[in-house]
Design a protein around this ligand. Sequence first.
Ligand SMILES: *Cc1c(COP(=O)(O)O)cnc(C)c1O
Length: 733
Amino acid sequence: MSSPVKTPLKEHLQAKLPYPLHSLVDIAFNFWWSWTSEQVSIFRSISPQMWEQYHHNPVKLLECLPSERLAQLATDPHYIKRVKALADQFKQYMQATDTWASREASQFSRQQPIAYFSIEYGFGLCLPTYAGGLGILAADHLKSASDLGLPLVGVGLLYRQGYFHQCLNAQGWQEEQYWDYPVEELPLELCQDEDGETLTIEVQLGKRLVKAQVWQLQVGRVNLYLLDTDCEDNEPNDRHLTDRLYSGDRDTRISQEILLGIGGVRVLQRLGYEPQIYHLNEGHAAFAMLEVARLEMERTGKTFDEVKDSVRGKGVFTTHTPVPAGHDAFSSEQVDHYFSHYWSQLGLSKQEFMALAKQPSEDDEDSFNMTVLALRLCKAANGVSKINGEVCRQMWSGLYPECCVDEVPIDYVTNGIHAHTWTAPLMSDLYDQYLGEDWANREIDERVWERVDEIPDREIWWRHQRLQERLIAFVRSHVQLTRRKRGDSDESIQETERLFDPNVLTIGFARRFSSYKRGDLIMHDPDRARAIICNLERPVQIVFAGKAHPADDKSKEIMQRLVEWSHHPDLKNRIVFIEDYDMHIAEKLVQGVDLWLNNPIRPQEACGTSGQKASFNGVINCSILDGWWPEAYQTTVGDKGLNGWAIGDGTSVDDPELQNQLDAESLYQLLEKEIIPCYYDRDEEGLPHRWIAMMKASIKTVAPFFNSDRMVKEYVQKVYLQPVKALEPITVR
Ligand SMILES: *Cc1c(COP(=O)(O)O)cnc(C)c1O
């Protein structure tokens, strides 16, 4: 099924492009292009400069291309051949019937699919609907569902301004900038109703009825529907409701979540879908299950209690956040304001309604907790790594007084990443040669990855070095541009030419700046760190990136300390903070550094997928044993790292200051005694064979398991198809 869409832009492009290039239009309107063998090159090679200027938006690029350039392309036999090959590949992909899901999950169909709800999605630079790992995970989930032929539709919100753009002022303090993305120029299509009018749904927010229109984004064979309140009929304030992700007050937050959950279910109903499963990626979308119940009551004439089991049978919930404060909760007054019209439609009293989302232990009588709501109304729940599953069982055990912590029905499915999205073409080309061209379709087969051993050391190192040079060129030009924009001195702008050295061990640290991730751990003992970095024979360089939430001053202070430190005369060419972290920067970093560092406070890292992206590119991980790393980390007989390094021994102390000291000490020792000696141990040709052996071990041990194909298959088999168990959280009255 695919809904009717308005396609003025598509039609316009079709008319504009000369015949041999026609198929580029369909390709541009399906994010599938971003993970083909050509990746971005089919578009970027048309005009690298315009590609950057338009934030990697292929539709805008085609739209703005001068006609001489189009005529050139249309008469370039080499380019036409590439377009034709890609168009054939696209057609085959879209029409394939012999897929994994056709064999293993045939109970799902286009009309009765899995519905996947997420407040963020990270598909690419041109679509700013993500803040971090949660969104990237959601996008990778959709891509793998498409690759596996799994009938699935996504639901989310379209943020016209996205999360925010980060600028650091001269004092290293994060400032936020917002601007509108030109939504009408993105590879999105507006859904239409039966009469050819823009399809809208309504939700009630307090006293107001608010409309939302729906944009369809094609992700291979999967459709993603993004709700957008910027409709002419809405009050001016409501038109801005979906401007920004994770910003604004509690009212904006609950309104966005009502729109996503309740509005999202209405969209799917309007489009004719009858989902068999509603998968909630985090608690933000938990209101969806209320609307599923309401519709079922309406359809069957039954009561809430009577439909509850059947509703639970359709819900599955993935929880990420391992700290209680990270879970969305709304006040009783907010619930009054936004739901007083709604609980009566469910035949519930306010008290019964509140009880659906109340923690039994909660002193705060008033709180309506979205995670509790999701746990109550879903048949299955899971964390996103083994250790995260344990933490979640512990955290929510109060809801299940009749069972011990180990029996709390929260399982885990460890996250994985989409291989073709995150593997550099230079590396995937190597895998094509040595593993076979279909390696990505057989990536969960460990035997495929055994063949990594056959890649000559010289060959893999050569490619890794090229990727590192590209990263360094990117770092220099990016930093130069930000210094220019900030109005820094000419001297400082010129100095960017001396930033970084391709022959130096390069460490990457990039993720959201949230205080538990301890972005400044490496400078715990600044003198010792400086001695390590500035060692004359065996120096180290580090690239940092990441945004702090606009309201999180504590994390902004961590960032500021780090940036100030990087200005030290000894360090200024060795440490750099890249502003405005996004998927494009993430890609450059995970493909181009030597070592990927992660040092969160245990056990607060839900999973941490960036290290998995690094492994696919032969980058080695050095991480606290938290999130996914305890599942992946392997040692040799001598208890040394085989496929990477572990900071600490996987135990924790209660005193946070002491913990920082212990972890920093462990990190320094690893760097001094193992990592740096290993990297600089070269043969006469300059090859670091011991390091390369670890690169290969990193690829071989991580790739077969920590990919999103394995993850989606596990969701199907372990979660979506799980029978409803009787065990459900107690309801407090
Ligand atoms: C992969 C990715 C993340 C997630 O990183 P973690 O290691 O899970 O913290 C965050 N932001 C971007 C842009 C990413 O690409």
